[in-house]
Write a protein that binds this ligand. Structure first.
Ligand code: URA
Length: 253
């Protein structure tokens, strides 16, 4: 019997088709297996930027052809802050990119801006944000030392839950922030952030209490600060999660 000649492109096409059929939102290839050299990354950065320059990203293209990589958070923010990829671009007051130390060891990821964040352009500045500041202070950290971002960069009307399409469109922005910051660990705040980062529908109760990985970065999921305002009994568990985070951070230094 003849052995069929299957080239690499065909194999890749089949793998991608299988993943799409499985409902996976992004290509799953272990980062280790495809880790790129700095030179490869550099040349790709240049070539992808040519396809979608910051200024024309949302005016000439309905969707970016490729996801460009940027050299700094500021450059990235400038390129995406007029995003209109989903309807939230029409209802937001301010695009809420993120705040903190671009070289942070810890990245906190929330769900989406609320009313205060939409008005002020900074994540976690309302009541939940004040509580997050207290949690950080108890960890002997400040918001200038960590980085804080959200799954969605624009406020959903009336603070409703993000829609799957909104998260899908917005997620590449967070992915690029993670690539630029390269934190030692990530803390997802609440179910929606945890599930979106880890591409899972596992309930929060089962996501908590163990380490996960996002793009090879140790990731922990804890309660959203807004939930602590409603259910103060969750504070104990949150503090335990923060101790776990700090312990691992200490070990990594
Ligand atoms: N809740 C979030 O998830 N993010 C914010 O920025 C504010 C409140």
């Amino acid at each position: 019997m003849d052995t069929p000649v299957v080239n690499l492109t065909e194999l890749l096409r089949r793998a991608l088709t299988a993943q799409v059929e499985l409902g996976l939102g992004e290509m799953v290839i272990t980062p280790k297996a495809v880790r790129k050299t700095a030179e490869q990354k550099e040349s790709e950065t240049i070539s992808t930027k040519k396809q979608a320059a910051p200024g024309d990203l949302f005016t000439t293209l309905e969707k970016p052809v490729a996801e460009p990589e940027y050299s700094s958070l500021e450059e990235h923010r400038a390129a995406i802050c007029n995003c209109r990829l989903c309807p939230l671009g029409d209802t937001r007051t301010t695009f809420v990119y993120g705040v903190g130390n671009p070289n942070a060891d810890i990245l906190f990821v929330g769900e989406a801006p609320g009313r205060d964040e939409d008005l002020q352009g900074e994540p976690f500045v309302g009541r939940a944000g004040k509580l997050l500041d207290k949690i950080l202070a108890a960890m002997e950290l400040s918001r200038n030392e960590v980085y804080i971002a959200n799954i969605l960069k624009c406020r959903p009307p009336n603070n409703r839950d993000p829609l799957p399409d909104e998260m899908e469109k917005c997620f590449p922005y967070l992915r690029e922030q993670v690539r630029l910051i390269r934190p030692k660990m990530i803390c997802a705040l609440g179910r929606i952030a945890g599930q979106a980062l880890l591409k899972t529908s596992t309930p929060l109760g089962r996501l908590r209490g163990q380490w996960h990985e996002y793009e090879g970065i140790p990731t922990i999921v804890t309660y959203h600060p807004a939930a602590l305002l409603r259910f103060p009994t969750y504070k104990k568990g949150t503090w335990e999660d923060m101790q776990t985070l700090l312990e691992r951070l200490k070990q990594s230094r």
